[in-house]
Design a protein around this ligand. Sequence first.
Ligand SMILES: Cc1cc2nc3c(=O)[nH]c(=O)nc-3n(C[C@H](O)[C@H](O)[C@H](O)COP(=O)(O)OP(=O)(O)OC[C@H]3O[C@@H](n4cnc5c(N)ncnc54)[C@H](O)[C@@H]3O)c2cc1C
Length: 448
Amino acid sequence: MLRTFGQQAVVIGAGMGGLAAAKAVSPFFERVIVLDRDALPGAPAPRVGTPQARHAHALLAGGLRALQQLFPGFRNDLVNAGAVPVRTGRDVIWERPGYDPFPVRDLGFDVFSMSRPLLEAVCRRRLGAEGNIELCPRARAAEIIPAPHRDRVAAVRVDDGSTTSERLPADLVIDASGRAGPTLAFFDAIGAAPPEQTEIGIDIGYASAIFEVPDPAPEWKGVTHLPEPPKEFRGGLILPLENRRWIVSIGGRHGDNPPDDLDGFLAFTKTFRRPTIHDAIARARPVGDIARYNLPASVRRHFERLPRPPCGLIPIGDSVCRFNPVFGQGMSVAAQEAVVLRDLLEARCDRADPLDGLAEQYFTAIQECLAAPWGTALTDFIHPETRGERPPDLENRLRYGAALLQLAARDPEVHKLMVEVTGLTRPAAALREPALAERVVALMAATA
Ligand SMILES: Cc1cc2nc3c(=O)[nH]c(=O)nc-3n(C[C@H](O)[C@H](O)[C@H](O)COP(=O)(O)OP(=O)(O)OC[C@H]3O[C@@H](n4cnc5c(N)ncnc54)[C@H](O)[C@@H]3O)c2cc1C
């Protein structure tokens, strides 16, 4: 039987970070309140608070594993809800520069593809079955209130649209609002400096449309088309959704934004190196309108550098780090951070004040979740237009990555390892292990 750390934890935001975090902390508090400013739909449906959910959202194997750890039986929940099993390496065609397509091989494990609203709905259903978790729609966290000494959180002021606002006492506040707004306002209110921030200016423009899968369907279930940097900016993705539909997301960079009309959408895909995406959607029936989204930068907030972060305040997900969506990492990292939080709480059961020092430990521990995806984010500097501080070893990183890809094309074991690292089930260090590094470096020398 676990010890209860406090009466109430309040989670701000019922996106993927908030849903995962609520489950992670629920064994340790008598009550967990999840606030969201949106009306949360019963069935899977887009909502205002997560506009990105109208675009393709891949759940990586690492994110699936983390959600399965938090919600035992999660894979079955996804299957029962209509998510499409996708065999890694085999079912999604990868068109990448120099490999059109990359060798198709069954890498031995499945992930699942579905709409982001479906994924959230499955998590919400699971939270609804927990006796001590309450989901509060149309409840905006207006302010995190400090304790009298201003070194820890005391409550959250909630605005539900009525004339009065409610004060919810909180031993722990999790900021899963996506932008860290409540956290940064709290730092301001207590007179503390905000965390330092690193940005990688990517200026990505997205457009997405849904299509019915045509009959007969192609042999593949999805397609990823990557541009050839630095001369090409445009890429696209088809992923299968529940109810025999495709979501098609296309994107460009630095002002080369895709249009939001169907003819323009098709014309954009016609400019890709390979015709696969264009030809597939040209014979498919669109459903609904086209959604757009622009993202100026990947952003990492360095909470780990704070000398003494306030007690009881835990930001998660995009509130800590917002990645270039092209790599499909944000939800998976948020779920992995939630697992880290759960494990830390579990290990602190014996302490007199288990929440004291938790934030410092959490910020240090999640750096491991951020290392590999942020390393991928740095490859955006391959485009000369990318804004920010280029890593000094950029040239070497890019050459190592290119040689590794060459090896992966030839060697199924290296292919699998690379997919495991990009899928966040293995640490990035696995790609630098001596035996492999030797082969990669030899290839780099041979192709120099
Ligand atoms: C175009 C695009 C495509 C993407 N594709 C992928 C992908 O393929 N795979 C992937 O893993 N990730 C992808 N991402 C990233 C992913 O969407 C985020 O990383 C993920 O949603 C982060 O979860 P979160 O809980 O931190 O924030 P969000 O999911 O954004 O949730 C924030 C929630 O907080 C609520 N909220 C905000 N302020 C308040 C407040 N004051 N009070 C109460 N509620 C509040 C909002 O209504 C919202 O529900 C993509 C992002 C974009 C932009």
